[in-house]
Design a protein around this ligand. Structure first.
Ligand code: NAD
Ligand code: ZN
Length: 252
């Protein structure tokens, strides 16, 4: 393992009861899922902000649906990476471990994490804008453009169950995220640009409530000055190195 894990973090982890990991698009980048803010995040020259909102969907539902289908195709062909898997191992290493994710790609679940708060929804789920009926990826009506609801008498537009720009976060998920942040002994902010609010306030909540705040990112972010420790690197290497270091110290 090349990443050096400082003693100050190891000491915290060895006594930690609650560990919370807050993840963004960066943790899935090594799996091949494009982040939003890199150039590869563009699709047909559209910025995600131009497509991931309700008025774009109402104006051109077929276009927005096509973008989500393109993203689902990518996500369907990729696999969780060592970063996702290290977080699964943390559920075994610590008495309580929660993953709060801004990702909609379902990769934490596919990797095997069980205690997950999906702040921004999940691209595998969909629901009808008119009646709220839910559809998972397998029971969607097959159509070229946006599918329509097939429940009796309803022909509403079906949208992905993700939180679009300008929309509220799901209340239960938000409360779960605040709880897991406020009670964390160690809080990891991983692969997120830490600019999308209110999610970006969670690391600060954790720190204010006494957590040791660790940021793992390939680049500095607006959160970096507030972090107790900034580990620069790819999450698929840094997270396994952390798990490895904790295991080594625990086994005499
Ligand atoms: P972002 O694209 O704004 O930022 C990604 C961050 O990850 C950057 O700070 C980058 O430096 C860092 N990064 C890139 N590769 C990394 C790696 N291998 N290891 C560690 N860090 C790495 O993403 P965000 O902060 O999640 O916010 C954007 C919004 O976009 C979120 O709300 C999310 O819902 C959505 N989104 C989700 C997915 C997904 O589900 N995989 C993908 C793109 C965007
Ligand atoms: Zn309906």
């Amino acid at each position: 393992m090349s990443t050096h894990i400082p003693d100050v973090l190891l000491a915290r982890l060895l006594t930690a009861q609650r560990v919370t990991a807050f993840t963004g698009a960066g943790i899935s980048a090594e799996s091949g899922v494009p982040t939003f803010r890199g150039n590869e995040g563009l699709w047909k020259k559209f910025k995600p902000e131009e497509l991931a909102n309700l008025s774009a969907f109402m104006k051109n539902p077929d276009l927005v649906w096509e973008w989500y289908q393109a993203r689902r195709t990518i996500i369907g062909t990729v696999q969780p990476n060592d970063g996702h898997r290290a977080l699964v191992e943390m559920e075994v290493l610590f008495p309580s471990c929660t993953v709060i994710t801004q990702n909609v790609d379902n990769l934490h679940r596919r990797a095997g994490s069980r205690n997950i708060v999906e702040l921004h929804g999940n691209i595998e789920r969909n629901y009808c804008l008119s009646c709220g009926a839910t559809y998972d990826g397998t029971d969607l009506p097959h159509t070229a453009g946006v599918p329509r609801c097939t429940r009796s008498g309803c022909t509403g537009l079906i949208r992905p169950d993700v939180v679009w720009f300008g929309e509220m976060l799901p209340e239960d998920e938000w409360e779960g995220a605040v709880r897991a942040s406020a009670t964390a002994d160690v809080f990891f902010s991983i692969g997120t640009s830490a600019v999308v609010y209110p999610a970006a306030s969670l690391p600060l909540t954790a720190k204010q409530q006494g957590a040791f705040l660790v940021e793992i990112n390939t680049e500095r972010t607006p959160l970096t000055p507030s972090a107790d420790l900034f580990l620069q690197g790819v999450s698929g290497e840094v997270l396994p190195a952390i798990v490895h270091a904790v295991r080594e110290r625990r086994t005499p």
